[in-house]
Design a protein around this ligand. Structure first.
Ligand SMILES: NC(=O)c1ccc[n+]([C@@H]2O[C@H](COP(=O)([O-])OP(=O)(O)OC[C@H]3O[C@@H](n4cnc5c(N)ncnc54)[C@H](O)[C@@H]3O)[C@@H](O)[C@H]2O)c1
Length: 265
């Protein structure tokens, strides 16, 4: 165990599952005090318990990132319980995939309220605290959908493009004030969100195999692989990195064409 984040106060949104959970665990393994800012009480409490049982220091704070008041309250409680936040990981996200003209107005709003407003709400709530100490690090989670388009996934990619834009805009405004803001774009990562995506296909197992074969690396990413990149981007090891978007995707977005021969059987 390294102590890269000893006594740092880290907020991870959506830390009750998948990438967020593993990120919270990895921060704790490296000495941080972690806030599980999660909508789902059950999973949020489970992750809190798991980290504390492993000699970590975590608290679950029920949070809806789509509601600014809820995020502001979570940051207020973080300051009360642990102190002023050093690092924010805006990870909470949902898949809203539709054909544009078949999508309801409420689906459009739901996608943007979590996937884009949620990221802004987090930044807006922690920035005053980071400005006060002239130091802080924010990592936003976009996606390969943030700069590439997969058909029939509307409007998720629109919101994820927005996350990269938001990251770049805020990064420039706050770099001179000691705050670094960056972004990571994961490719297919083995989490419940991906499981739910494959379960919408007529043959989920075949869809998964085909997706694995399309990756130059021939497999999905693990949550640990994504979390490790998030930790690096949050750390003082990369203080010259401002407004960057690191792509961690097994090479999938390097390809122009997908193979006709999927190799799946
Ligand atoms: N898994 C992938 O292949 C993949 C790829 C690219 C990007 N991402 C992005 O990574 C992030 C994490 O995804 P994951 O795969 O771990 O998903 P996941 O569904 O396993 O976890 C997402 C978590 O966010 C929480 N959440 C949802 N809405 C929330 C809200 N309004 N407020 C607070 N918490 C909320 C959920 O309860 C859940 O615990 C998302 O932003 C997702 O878009 C995932």
């Amino acid at each position: 165990m390294r102590n890269r984040f000893k006594d740092k106060i880290v907020i991870v949104t959506g830390a009750g599952s998948g990438i967020g959970q593993r990120t919270a665990e990895r921060f704790s393994e490296e000495g941080a005090q972690v806030v599980i800012a999660e909508l789902d009480k059950n999973t949020g409490k489970q992750v809190e318990k798991k980290i504390n049982n492993n000699n970590g220091k975590a608290i679950f704070i029920e949070t809806d990132v789509a509601e600014y008041n809820s995020v502001q309250e979570m940051v207020k409680n973080t300051v009360k319980e642990f102190g002023s936040p050093d690092i924010l990981i805006n990870n909470a996200g949902i898949n809203v995939f539709s054909e544009p003209l078949k999508m309801s107005e409420s689906e459009w709003k739901r996608a943007f309220s979590v996937d884009l407003d949620g990221v802004w709400n987090g930044c807006k709530a922690v920035l005053p605290h980071m400005l006060e100490k002239a130091k802080g690090s924010i990592v936003n989670i976009s996606s390969v959908h943030g700069f590439q388009i997969i058909p029939n996934c509307f409007p998720y990619p629109v919101a994820k493009h927005g996350v990269i834009g938001l990251t770049r805009a805020l990064a420039v405004d706050y770099a001179s004030k000691g705050i670094k803001i960056n972004c990571i774009s994961p490719g297919y990562t083995d989490t419940p969100i991906l499981e739910r995506f494959f379960s919408t296909k007529p043959d989920p197992e075949k869809a998964r195999k085909e997706a694995e074969f399309r990756q130059p690396i021939r497999r999905m990413g693990t949550t640990t692989e994504i979390a490790n990149t998030i930790l690096f981007m949050s750390s003082d090891e990369c203080n010259y990195m401002i407004g960057a978007n690191i792509v961690v995707d097994g090479g999938i977005t390097l390809k122009i064409h997908e193979n006709d021969d999927t190799g799946a059987n």
